[in-house]
Write a protein that binds this ligand. Structure first.
Ligand SMILES: NC(=O)c1ccc[n+]([C@@H]2O[C@H](COP(=O)([O-])OP(=O)(O)OC[C@H]3O[C@@H](n4cnc5c(N)ncnc54)[C@H](OP(=O)(O)O)[C@@H]3O)[C@@H](O)[C@H]2O)c1
Length: 229
């Protein structure tokens, strides 16, 4: 990945931390973004922190413009921003929960795609890897708003894959099952964590899709379900 400019959204999150580190380990120049990201989050000269709120179009555009003006191009977008809400049936789900799920799981993708696709097309070999969820394909009781927002984002990514293959750009979406993150360990203390997906496995897959060998994989919806598959 030497010479590649990579934008990781949600770079300080449970998964994003691994994705950012994996790209840095592969020699990429990495811009990590989130609302509270800090330069000190990664001790690497190839890392740049750019704080941004990306559930609004203008801030997503401004973020991508800063990346391109500072580094001259954008080769890879790895989008990990997302949020979870569960525990309510559809009948009990309030408007604010539905809105939050769509803002963070769908609108954020829409805005960052609108901002990032033009510079990614310019490289002739751009890569988009987005993180969905198993729930996008397998809705469960009590996670309706989350599942619907993730299903919609899968559709967006597949559309972008079709619309940009003429420019050598690929777009794929990974659907993890429950991952072994600090937040999940805290939220579900008695779980059998051996069944959970390791974030570094997902991060390695993201980097593979972003690399030269990933160029023939486009429009894919990739399940990574761990031992619960
Ligand atoms: N954890 C799981 O078991 C699991 C399973 C399946 C799928 N997923 C999906 O995998 C992805 C990563 O999950 P995770 O567990 O790593 O999530 P996480 O730890 O909650 O991280 C979310 C990241 O998004 C950033 N963020 C949140 N709102 C933002 C906004 N408005 N603008 C910019 N950045 C924002 C957060 O940083 P700031 O707070 O600094 O903004 C953080 O970096 C998500 O899409 C999630 O839905 C997770």
């Amino acid at each position: 990945m030497k010479g590649k400019v990579v934008l990781v959204t949600g770079a300080n999150g449970g998964l994003g931390t691994y994705v950012t580190q994996a790209f840095l380990d592969a020699g990429a120049t990495v811009v990590g973004t989130s609302r509270k990201i800090q330069q000190s989050d990664f001790d690497n000269p190839n890392f740049t922190a750019l704080a941004a709120e990306i559930s609004a179009l203008e801030s997503a555009r401004s973020l991508v413009e800063k990346v391109v003006s500072r580094f001259g191009k954008l080769d890879v977008l790895a989008h990990t921003v997302g949020a979870f809400a569960g525990g309510q049936t559809i009948a009990d789900t309030d408007d604010a929960t539905l809105q939050r799920m769509f803002d963070l799981n769908l609108n954020s993708v829409f805005h960052i795609l609108r901002a990032a696709v033009p510079p990614l097309r310019n490289t002739g070999a751009g890569r988009i890897i987005a993180i969905g969820s198993r729930a996008a394909l397998e809705p469960g009781a009590g996670v309706g708003a989350y599942s619907a927002s993730k299903a919609a984002m899968v559709s967006l990514i597949r559309t972008v894959a079709l619309e940009n293959k003429d420019a050598g750009l690929t777009a794929n979406v990974i659907l993890p099952g429950t991952m072994d993150t600090p937040a999940n360990r805290k939220a579900i203390p008695n779980a059998d964590v051996s069944k959970w997906v390791q974030p570094h496995s997902v991060a390695d897959l993201v980097v593979w899709l972003a690399g030269e060998t990933g160029k023939d994989v486009n429009g894919s919806v990739i399940p990574v379900y761990g031992k619960d598959a």
